[in-house]
Write a protein of this length. Structure first.
Length: 218
């Protein structure tokens, strides 16, 4: 974020912290019975709690779990904290504040039918692959068939027992993964892609804040 904001998930967007937009979408979609918030430290937890005061939680309980050194550690901590009767989980990056109710409900339909599903959108750019990381000058470029390329989003949704098993396997084997579908793949789980036509960008750079603000106002 180049110092533009201290914490991107608390950055103000259209009158609410980014985090609150994600939570409100889940509440309004009526797909969840409870929420688990993974936080960095006590200072961030206090700020996140203050953000929740600004929206109607409709009586949904909130569980708080301390995160880990990597995203996969944070997810594993959250999964281990779920009650025994948990059926499905929706794992969401709060840096995606524009998640829509329609997309969440479509994801629910898919995960209840197939037990593993992810929101994604087809790649529209031409994608090239370089031979090695950092080789950007006078290098060869491999063409990739973009008709087969999809950009993963969140939430990524799973039947709880399966994704808990997958993350336990990742943890035990010391594997490094970048998203939840990668964890699922380590134990052979198949994933259903749910195409998402609604903008669901991840806040990564200062320009993303302006873009998200514009979309929310519209």
């Amino acid at each position: 974020m180049e110092g533009a904001v201290a914490d991107k998930i608390l950055a103000p967007l259209n009158g609410l912290p980014a985090f609150a937009h994600s939570v409100r979408a889940f509440i309004d979609s009526r797909i969840v019975d409870r929420l688990t918030v993974v936080y960095r430290d006590e200072a961030q937890k206090a700020q996140l709690q203050n953000a929740l005061i600004l929206i109607d939680l409709n009586g949904k309980p909130i569980d708080w779990v301390t995160g880990g050194s990597e995203r996969q550690d944070s997810v594993y901590n959250a999964l281990q904290s779920q009650p025994a009767d948990c059926a499905y989980v929706y794992i969401h990056d709060c840096a995606r504040p524009l998640i829509s109710i329609d997309a969440l409900q479509a994801l629910q339909t898919a995960v209840q039918r197939d037990r593993a599903a992810v929101l994604a959108h087809p790649v529209s750019d031409t994608i090239k692959r370089v031979p090695a990381t950092g080789e950007l000058v006078q290098t060869s470029l491999d063409d990739l068939d973009r008709k087969r390329l999809w950009a993963m989003e969140t939430p990524q949704a799973f039947a709880y027992p399966e994704i808990l098993t997958a993350y336990a396997h990742v943890h035990k084997q010391g594997l490094h993964i970048t998203d939840d579908t990668a964890a699922a793949a380590t134990i052979g789980l198949k994933i259903t892609i749910v195409p998402n036509a609604s903008p669901n960008p991840k806040l990564t750079t200062p320009a993303d804040l302006d873009y998200a603000e514009c979309l929310l106002k519209r």
